[in-house]
Ligand binder design. Structure first.
Ligand SMILES: [Fe+2]
Length: 237
């Protein structure tokens, strides 16, 4: 069993309390935690150290794997988490499934892209192709790959080179797990499924054209059994 949290947007006491509520619900017997990015809205090493301390206090036995979101600074994350039980990895295998960590926190090359959008490097694009050649993989990425909403504002903060990412997917890319959209969303494609983790801090109503927050917060439980991944939405609101 793997727990997944996303978009904690720490930096104020309210969002920190929301994260702690999610961690308490997850429980201190948590073995694996995936953190899907946007840990702090405006990060610093000191702040990432604080995140490390919170996880140590509430889920001390968990092996944590983190990826960066558009708000994060991957270099500060590496510095802060170095030597701790928060790992920033290229991939990991748990219970027979290979999880690929793809960084979409790079700034777009095209300056017309909105703040909040991202880009996947050629190195990560090659990684998807190489790792999925012979075995099934689950891709973990902050921004969704499949369209989750018709909201104009949300679609403007996507992955600049999303078509390149889609071109690298094959039938072995069975799962995509993302965050960024601040709501639980499960999207089925012919060969793979995309699951968007809710935010621990606050939700977005992605059914509306204009930007609107909601109180829908939570975490996900992922279970991989008999070569099938199932997701459970753990609500914290
Ligand atoms: Fe984001």
């Amino acid at each position: 069993m793997i727990h997944i949290i996303s978009d904690c947007h720490l930096g104020n006491t309210e969002n920190e309390a929301h994260l702690i509520k999610a961690l308490m619900k997850i429980g201190d017997d948590c073995k694996f935690l995936f953190v899907m990015g946007d840990i702090y809205t405006s990060p610093s090493i000191k702040k990432y150290n604080n995140f490390k301390n919170i996880l140590n206090e509430y889920i001390p036995n968990a092996k944590v794997y983190a990826i960066a979101g558009n708000h994060d600074d991957i270099n500060l994350m590496r510095k802060s988490f170095s030597g701790s039980n928060i790992l920033i990895k290229e991939k990991v295998s748990i219970d027979g499934m290979t999880y690929l960590f793809i960084d979409s926190s790079h700034k777009p090359i095209n300056r017309l892209m909105m703040l909040g959008s991202g880009r996947v490097s050629n190195k990560d694009l090659s990684k998807i192709k190489k790792e999925s050649r012979k075995k099934e993989v689950t891709i973990l990425i902050h921004h969704p790959i499949l369209k989750v909403s018709n909201s104009k504002w949300f679609n403007e903060i996507g992955i600049e080179n999303v078509d390149d990412v889609i071109n690298k997917l094959n039938k072995n890319c069975v799962n995509i797990i993302c965050g960024h959209g601040h709501d639980f969303n499960h999207n089925k494609h012919s060969t793979f499924q995309q699951t968007m983790a809710p935010s621990t801090a606050y939700g977005f109503d992605l059914t509306l054209d204009e930007f609107m927050r909601t109180n829908r917060t939570g975490a996900l439980i992922l279970e991989y059994k008999n070569q099938k991944s199932t997701f459970q939405y753990v609500k914290t609101y």
